[in-house]
Design a protein around this ligand. Structure first.
Ligand code: URA
Length: 312
């Protein structure tokens, strides 16, 4: 911006000023007459400022590229479950890793994880940030990543992948995969396994109200009064009554129930408040994802891209 300055008469010229603009600004006057003035330091200042802004953006984009987009090869190989940090360093040293067809030996070599094709033991792998699986959880397994005594749903995944993939679990970030929420040890049915934390949060957050549908077998008769109470909220010992639920009666002792909350043992506790015991519980759907009827208990399959897109 041209600073305020008083110039009288018809003038044309340049003011070469190496002062900052503010001294001019302190005395606001009028430009009288037909004047063409260039305040050099103001223009230079603006130009310098624009150039600096440009360079700042370039540096930020470069850092973003280096830090976020490109990754050290040893880190990438670990994330792809090719080995531990020391194992992959060894593989690199022995020349067993090719990146885009070229042998890479230095562990700190930067590679673009989005495009790099990693060749290892005559197989090509590409990094994929997220993995999604549908498990038809069998009774007797626990919804955890590790357990000293019990078989976990992640053990099932490991066994299943190891038998499907020729090269075992290579390429799959198995250590990062976890079950989305929990089903009780004796509950069966739909369980999503993923390493996508944001998706898990979206499905589990109480604020998102993602509906979950269960098939229930009871030890006694389900009455209309029971249904009314369960659908409109019951006291399971939490701060508030349970939220709205939907019950579709199938027979005197079986029904579907859809809830949008996920408190510990919620379905069993809800039926408990009306004096009914849940003998069998199976989750059929979560959000838009419906349990694949071809999937037997204990079986796992990857979600299709369409299923992932419509999850929530
Ligand atoms: N409600 C339960 O009581 N148990 C489950 O496993 C899931 C929902």
């Amino acid at each position: 911006m041209i600073p305020d300055i008083t110039i009288k008469g018809n003038n044309e010229g340049i003011i070469f000023s190496n002062q900052s603009i503010s001294p001019f600004k302190e005395k606001t006057r009028h430009l009288a007459g037909n004047n063409k003035i260039i305040i050099v330091n103001a223009i230079v200042k603006t130009a310098v400022r624009n150039i600096m802004r440009f360079f700042f953006k370039v540096v930020v984009l470069f850092l973003f590229y280096v830090i976020i987009i490109v990754m050290r090869i040893d880190k990438l190989l670990c994330e792809m479950n090719i080995g531990s940090r020391s194992e992959v360093k060894n593989l690199l040293k022995k020349g067993q890793i090719l990146v885009n067809g070229t042998k890479v030996v230095k562990p700190d070599t930067k590679v673009d994880e989005k495009t790099a094709v990693i060749s290892y033991k005559n197989h090509d792998y590409q990094f994929k940030p997220f993995f999604y699986y549908m498990l038809n959880k069998p009774a007797g397994t626990v919804s955890a990543t590790t357990d000293e005594k019990e078989t976990t749903v992640i053990d099932l995944l490991k066994n299943s992948l190891a038998s499907i993939n020729e090269n075992g679990l290579v390429g799959i970030p198995i250590h990062d995969i976890f079950p989305v929420g929990r089903l009780d040890k004796d509950t069966v049915g739909l369980l999503i396994l993923t390493n996508d934390g944001q998706l898990a949060h979206n499905l589990l957050s109480p604020k998102k109200h993602v509906p979950k549908k269960y098939y229930v077998e009871l030890d006694s008769f389900l009455t209309e009064e029971n249904i009314y109470l369960l659908e409109n909220g019951v006291d399971i010992g939490e701060k508030e009554l349970t939220g709205k639920a939907n019950i579709e009666k199938i027979s005197e002792t079986t029904c579907y129930i859809t809830i949008s909350e996920g408190k510990f043992h919620q379905v069993k506790r809800m039926f408990g408040t009306v004096g009914l015991h849940v003998n069998y519980l199976k989750r059929l759907s979560m959000g838009n994802l419906v349990l694949d009827s071809n999937l037997k208990e204990g079986e796992i399959r990857p979600l299709t891209q369409e299923e992932v897109n419509h999850l929530c």
